[in-house]
Design a protein around this ligand. Structure first.
Ligand SMILES: *[C@@H]1O[C@H](CO)[C@@H](O)[C@H](O)[C@H]1NC(C)=O
Ligand SMILES: *[C@@H]1O[C@H](CO)[C@@H](O)[C@H](O)[C@H]1NC(C)=O
Ligand SMILES: *[C@@H]1O[C@H](CO)[C@@H](O)[C@H](O)[C@H]1NC(C)=O
Ligand SMILES: *[C@@H]1O[C@H](CO)[C@@H](O)[C@H](O)[C@H]1NC(C)=O
Ligand SMILES: *[C@@H]1O[C@H](CO)[C@@H](O)[C@H](O)[C@H]1NC(C)=O
Ligand SMILES: *[C@@H]1O[C@H](CO)[C@@H](O)[C@H](O)[C@H]1NC(C)=O
Ligand SMILES: *[C@@H]1O[C@H](CO)[C@@H](O)[C@H](O)[C@H]1NC(C)=O
Ligand SMILES: *[C@@H]1O[C@H](CO)[C@@H](O)[C@H](O)[C@H]1NC(C)=O
Ligand SMILES: *[C@@H]1O[C@H](CO)[C@@H](O)[C@H](O)[C@H]1NC(C)=O
Ligand SMILES: *[C@@H]1O[C@H](CO)[C@@H](O)[C@H](O)[C@H]1NC(C)=O
Ligand SMILES: *[C@@H]1O[C@H](CO)[C@@H](O)[C@H](O)[C@H]1NC(C)=O
Length: 830
């Protein structure tokens, strides 16, 4: 500072005076009792104000302030006052805004240049004396610290890297001290220990160092804090930690129950935060921190990997867990008692297969815990049959991680009352035999098996019902089969028995005798068990009698089988009949001899009288019986014995023809009419006992009546021939016209009638004498009534011949043909 520049100021003279002051002071030194001398140190702060008092002088008469720069020896005037007015040297503006009042120098807006030595020289009045005082003030100008400036070598270091932070102030009066703070949301503000002065040297920054940093500088004047700065440490991801909810672990890792919602959460600390990716069995399934499986299924068992990535560092870490999904076995546990140890024991079997892990099963008995150890999926408990009461209950408990409460199944062991039932049956064709044995009920069910007569087991063991089928064989007849029933609750096995019986037949009668014409019933019955036998009847010719056979009638009941033979005939029906029964193991027959007897031959008959009546169309016959024998009637027969000269010989002329058959046994005469006067007849008579005809009497021709009636007889004969010829013609015409309608009749007359007629002709006239042959020829006509010949001839109906039964009745002629009206008047001459 150049005080010389104040040379021209108005205070120049004054200053000259003051320059004398040291001289004054010097004078004062000579009189030490009259002067004051003080030294003092004052601290001021830059830009603030400071007051420098001039000792304890209150009202100096003259005061003079000077300033000596530090390190300089030359004092410079600052301000001067004469007690009334004061003057401040212009150059002192370098010290601040200086003002002087009552001797006190006040410097505001203190400048650093004001640091140095101030001297105040004052003259004052004390006790009436003017005294001089010298006061020295050492002024120190202090500088406050400004806001520090914080710097980081790297504000986003990777963990482990060194970071240096510096805190700097431009100025400030030393000593300056520094303090460091880190602010985090979690911790708030904490002092940083690692700091050393304005330097924070982190040799390996880690995540704990993250936060807002600020430094504070302070000296004796003040303290200032820097702006805060964030230290972002980049790190991670750390190895992820997987959390599974709901939490359940097993020896392999985590477990979950099927159907549950499972949440997998992955946490891998990282800055910037991790990006997460999930893998199931090495295939990516999800991207995100939290993987939720809404309803987990057993197929989702496996490994789950969480991969965490730090996108900034491009680093990744991963962790894998094993998640096992537990699931229940299907359905419910089942409890079954089964026989064991040859039906001595009961094995209680509890089973619940499947599931993961398998269900843990154990048997308990009616509430109290059994000592039986638990096992998985299957649990068997053996109980001695004799120790088990009928109706005992056992319970099996099943536990599983997926079950909150144990599953239960219960079984009650019991045996049915009674015995097995046995039966044998044959199939329809007797091809197979079925042995069936039944005994329902029980738990376990009763076991049944079949044993044959040699004690060999047939087929297998079966519960409740055992049907054994075998090939039928006659060697099995009479053999016994046993069905054995066993149950653990039964001390001894029970049995039932069947025998395969060969049918047994019994006939009501084995010899049956009857007269022909009657009806007979042969009865046969099955006896005892017969294994579905079928019964047949065989006739005397060893033919099976069918139910629809004409003359037979078959009837059957539960056990009896009756054969009725109707309308028996001698010879044909006699013989041995058989009642036969067949079943799968054999057969049986009963022979029944049937003898159809003829009635005894009636007595011989002889004609005692045979005579024409007058017309020669009628004969009167009388006879007598010879010898013993029962009879039921008589038959009269005639034969055309000799032809008249009027006509050719006719084919049926030689056959005996029955003209009366129902003559009561006590009658001995008969009148035969309808004779052809032109024909000479022979007559004979036979006695009949029921169906047996006796020997015919000798044939006789009637004798003429006592008078001559030939002309009349001949006339009648001629007329009769005409009628016969017309009748034949009409019949002829009818048949020819209706050939198509009546082919049979046509054939009979035009085709077949020929040979028949021829045959008749060749038959010797009187060959048949034996009763049997005669019977055969007359057939069923015996006993039938033939109209008298004469009467038949008199009628002129265009009727077909009635000799054969098979001929159907003639249809109404009017339907097809114009009616043929033939009127013939026969006049018999008396
Ligand atoms: C100081 O001076 C002022 C005027 O500036 C005056 O009023 C005052 O009385 C003085 N004080 C003393 C103690 O002398
Ligand atoms: C920080 O500390 C390390 C080791 O202590 C040292 O090498 C390094 O020079 C220090 N840095 C500063 C700026 O002091
Ligand atoms: C971080 O560093 C401090 C010391 O600088 C140390 O005490 C702490 O254990 C470290 N933390 C980690 C997680 O490394
Ligand atoms: C996943 O892996 C587990 C264990 O290796 C396996 O049991 C499961 O079947 C696998 N699942 C699929 C879908 O491959
Ligand atoms: C359980 O029993 C059943 C039949 O009874 C059998 O097939 C299965 O192998 C058994 N399981 C176990 C684990 O013993
Ligand atoms: C065993 O008990 C059951 C009922 O539990 C009953 O029906 C059966 O008749 C009993 N058996 C015997 C042999 O008493
Ligand atoms: C019947 O049984 C016998 C002996 O057991 C056997 O030799 C025969 O072949 C069997 N016959 C049939 C048709 O099975
Ligand atoms: C068949 O014969 C038996 C034994 O003689 C008899 O009891 C039964 O009534 C007869 N049946 C008929 C339908 O006649
Ligand atoms: C009846 O049994 C005998 C042997 O006893 C046998 O020869 C015959 O063929 C059997 N008849 C029928 C129809 O089975
Ligand atoms: C009945 O007649 C036959 C032959 O015509 C004869 O053989 C038989 O001895 C006679 N019987 C009597 C009892 O005369
Ligand atoms: C004739 O029949 C009666 C009963 O009808 C019988 O008693 C008698 O013995 C029979 N006479 C002869 C000879 O057969």
């Amino acid at each position: 500072m150049d005080y010389g520049s104040a040379r021209n100021s108005p205070f120049r003279n004054l200053l000259k005076i003051f320059c004398l002051l040291p001289t004054v002071a010097y004078a004062q030194l000579l009189h030490p009792g009259d002067a004051k001398y003080e030294e003092q140190a004052v601290r001021g702060v830059r830009h603030r104000s400071v007051q420098l008092a001039c000792g304890d002088v209150v009202a100096p008469m003259v005061v003079f302030w000077s300033f000596t720069k530090l390190g300089s020896l030359v004092p410079r005037a600052v301000a001067i006052s004469n007690g009334i007015e004061s003057k401040v040297e212009k150059a002192s503006a370098a010290l601040g805004q200086v003002s002087l009042r009552n001797g006190t120098l006040e410097v505001s807006d203190l400048q650093t240049a004001a640091q140095g030595r101030f001297m105040c020289q004052a003259m004052f009045e004390e006790d009436g004396e003017i005294k001089v005082g010298y006061f020295y003030i050492e002024l120190v100008v202090l500088v406050p610290v400004p806001k520090p400036f914080l710097q980081m070598t790297d504000s986003t270091p990777v963990e482990g890297a060194a970071v240096t932070m510096t805190c700097a102030v431009k100025e400030g009066t030393p000593p300056i001290e520094y303090s460091w703070h880190r602010h985090t949301n979690r911790e708030g503000a904490v002092a940083v220990a690692e700091a050393a002065g304005g330097l924070l040297n982190l040799t390996a920054a880690n995540r704990t160092h993250m936060g807002w940093y600020a430094c504070t500088a302070h000296n004796e004047v003040n303290s200032q804090t820097s702006d805060r700065m964030y230290l972002d440490v980049i790190y991670g991801p750390d190895e992820p930690v997987i959390n599974v909810e709901p939490f359940a672990i097993n020896q392999n890792g985590f477990s979950a129950n099927e159907q549950e919602e499972v949440i997998l959460t992955c946490l891998a600390p990282s800055n910037p935060p991790s990006h997460y990716v999930w893998f199931y069995n090495s295939s990516q399934i999800y991207s995100g921190q939290k993987y939720v499986i809404a309803k987990i299924s057993r197929t989702q068992t496996g490994t789950y990997t969480c991969l965490a990535q730090n996108a900034l560092l491009n680093t990744r870490t991963q962790t894998t867990i094993i998640l096992t999904v537990y699931y229940l076995p299907e359905g419910k546990p089942s409890c079954t008692p089964v026989p064991a140890a040859n039906f001595r024991d009961i094995a209680l079997q509890c089973s619940w297969p499947g599931g993961f892990p398998p269900a843990r099963l154990r048997w308990v008995r009616a509430g109290r815990e059994a000592d039986a150890a638990a096992s998985y999926s299957n649990a068997t408990r053996i109980q001695r049959g004799v120790d088990v009461q009928n109706g005992s209950s056992y319970t099996c408990l099943a536990s599983h991680p997926a079950l909150r409460e144990d599953a239960v199944c219960t079984t009650t062991v019991w045996v049915p009352v009674g015995n097995p039932t046995c039966s044998a049956m044959a199939t329809k064709q007797n091809e197979f035999l079925m042995l069936s044995c039944d005994w329902a009920g029980g738990l376990p069910r009763v076991t049944l098996w079949w044993r044959d007569w040699r004690n060999r087991v047939l087929g297998g063991l079966k519960p409740s019902s055992n049907i054994y089928v075998m090939q039928s064989n006659s060697t099995l007849g009479g053999k016994e089969f046993t069905c054995i029933a066993a149950h653990p609750l039964q001390a001894r096995a029970t049995e039932c028995l069947v025998r395969l019986d060969v049918p047994k037949l019994a006939a009501e009668r084995t010899e049956v005798l009857l007269f022909e014409g009657g009806e007979v019933q042969l009865a046969c019955a099955l006896q005892g068990p017969h294994l579905g036998s079928e019964v047949f009847w065989f006739n005397n010719k060893h033919q099976v009698i069918r139910p629809d056979a004409a003359r037979y009638r078959l009837q059957q009941g539960d056990a009896w089988f009756n054969l009725t033979i109707r309308d028996t005939e001698w010879m044909r029906d006699s013989g041995t009949y058989h009642c036969a029964a067949v079943n799968a193991v054999g057969n049986a027959t009963v022979p029944i001899r049937l003898r159809v007897k003829k009635y005894p031959t009636p007595p011989n008959v002889t004609i005692s009288k045979l005579m024409y009546t007058r017309q020669r169309t009628e004969v009167q016959l009388e006879w007598v019986t010879q010898g013993s024998g029962n009879l039921t009637g008589f038959v009269v027969q005639r034969q055309e014995a000799k032809k008249s000269s009027l006509g050719p010989s006719r084919s049926a002329a030689r056959a005996w023809e029955t003209v009366a058959s129902d003559i009561e046994p006590d009658i001995r005469d008969h009148r035969v009419g309808g004779l052809d006067p032109a024909v000479v007849y022979a007559f004979r008579i036979l006695a009949v006992n029921h169906r047996t005809t006796g020997h015919p009497s000798e044939g006789k021709t009637p004798a003429d009546p006592p008078f001559n009636a030939y002309p009349a007889v001949i006339g009648a004969a001629v007329a009769g021939m005409v009628v016969a010829a017309v009748a034949s013609l009409l019949a002829f015409q009818y048949i020819v016209r209706n050939r198509d309608n009546n082919p049979r009749l046509h054939d009979l007359l035009f085709g077949m009638a020929g040979p028949e007629a021829h045959e008749h002709i060749s038959t010797p006239e009187d060959a048949e004498t034996a009763a049997g042959v005669a019977e055969a020829e007359t057939g069923g006509e015996l006993g039938g009534t033939s109209p008298p010949v004469g009467e038949a001839s008199a009628e002129c109906h265009p009727e077909p011949p009635t000799s054969t039964q098979e001929v159907p009745p003639a249809p109404d002629l009017a339907a097809d043909d114009p009616p043929v009206n033939v009127t013939i008047t026969v006049t018999a001459t008396p």
